[in-house]
Design a protein around this ligand. Structure first.
Ligand code: AKG
Length: 277
C-alpha cells in the first residue's frame, strides 16, 4: 500500500479539510493540517529544493537573500536562506503536486476564486540562533486590496520543532480592526526586506511543531513569526500563498509580483513604517 492510499484525507489532487479545521482557521487565523504530502512526494520536491540551496538553480538579485539580515550578507553567512518565486526560476515546479493539493485546501478554507499569488523557500541553517523571523502580519508586506482573503500554506520539508524554529502564532489577532504598525528590521527596505512588529503583553503565543509533509495554513492578518535554529540540521519550509484572483490582478497591475527585485518605488509604497490600516 502506498502512502497516498494510507492517508485517507488525500484524494488525488485534493486534501479533505474537516469542519473543525475550517472553524479553527476562521477563528484563530491558522490551522495545522497533517500529511498534506506523502513521504514520496516530499522526497521528490526535496531534490530540487536542495539544488536551490546549493545555488545550482539560478535565482537573480535579491530573490536569493537572508530574511534575518540585510542584503549585504554573504550567502554562506545567511541565517534564513530565502528564495523568492522558485517556480519562476525553475518552471518545471509549476503545477507540482504540492501546488495542486494546496489549491484544494485554499478553496476549502477561503472559498472559490483563489489563485496562487507567490511561492517561497525559507531554510534556517543549522546552529543559527539569530535565524529569527520577526513577528509580523503578512498584510504589512502587501498592497491593500478590497478582497484580502489569503491561505498561505507552509510545508515542512524537515520536522519542524521548537528547537529548530517552528512557526509560532498569536491566535485570533487576525480579528483586530487595524493592522499593527510594522517597521523595517535591518536598515531601510533597500537594505533588507524584513518587517516586524512587537508582541503585546496580552498576546498568547502558540508554537506549532509539525512533521515533514504537514502544513500550517495562515491568513493575511494573524500575527506570526519563528525563533532561531539551535540544532545541527536545517529547518526547511516551502511556502505557497493563495489569494483572490481580483487581488492578484490588482497587485500585478501595480507592478507588485512579490519579487524582491520589484521596482523600489513599488516596494516602497507598501510595508511602510507606522502602517496601521
Ligand atoms: O518560515 C518562517 O519562519 C516564517 C514564514 C512566514 O512568516 C510566512 O510564510 O508568512
Amino acid at each position: 500500500m502506498t502512502d497516498t492510499q494510507q492517508n485517507s484525507r488525500i484524494e488525488g489532487d485534493d486534501y479533505v479539510v474537516s469542519d473543525a479545521e475550517r472553524a479553527h482557521f476562521a477563528e484563530h487565523g491558522y490551522v495545522h493540517l497533517r500529511g498534506l504530502l506523502t513521504e514520496e512526494e516530499v522526497a521528490t520536491l526535496e531534490v530540487d529544493y536542495d539544488r536551490f540551496l546549493r545555488r545550482e538553480i539560478d535565482v537573480p538579485g535579491k530573490d536569493f537573500c537572508d530574511m534575518a539580515g540585510d542584503y549585504g550578507r554573504e550567502p554562506g553567512d545567511y541565517s534564513i536562506v530565502n528564495v523568492m518565486l522558485p517556480r519562476r526560476y525553475h518552471p518545471s515546479w509549476q503545477d507540482n503536486v504540492y501546488e495542486r493539493r494546496a489549491a484544494s485546501v485554499a478553496r476549502q478554507l477561503c472559498g472559490e476564486g483563489m489563485t496562487l499569488d507567490y511561492d517561497q523557500l525559507l531554510a534556517k541553517q543549522p546552529y543559527k540562533e539569530d535565524a529569527v523571523f520577526a513577528w509580523h502580519q503578512d498584510m504589512a508586506y502587501w498592497p491593500d486590496t478590497p478582497d484580502t482573503r489569503t491561505a498561505t500554506t507552509w510545508l515542512a520539508i524537515d520536522n519542524s520543532t521548537v528547537e529548530n524554529g517552528c512557526m509560532r502564532f498569536a491566535p485570533a489577532t487576525n480579528h483586530e480592526s487595524e493592522l499593527r504598525p510594522h517597521v523595517a528590521q535591518f536598515g531601510d527596505r533597500g537594505e533588507s526586506h524584513a518587517l516586524g512588529t512587537d508582541l503585546r503583553d496580552d498576546d498568547v503565543v502558540v508554537p506549532v511543531p509539525i512533521l515533514r509533509g504537514d502544513v500550517t495554513v495562515h491568513n493575511e492578518r494573524v500575527m506570526h513569526g519563528s525563533g532561531g535554529n539551535t540544532t545541527d540540521g536545517f529547518r526547511r519550509a516551502y511556502i505557497l500563498a493563495f489569494r483572490s484572483e481580483d487581488t492578484v490582478k490588482i497587485e500585478r497591475e501595480l507592478g507588485f509580483t512579490h519579487s524582491h527585485n520589484d521596482d523600489d518605488e513599488v516596494l516602497g509604497a507598501v510595508g511602510v513604517e507606522g502602517q496601521t490600516r
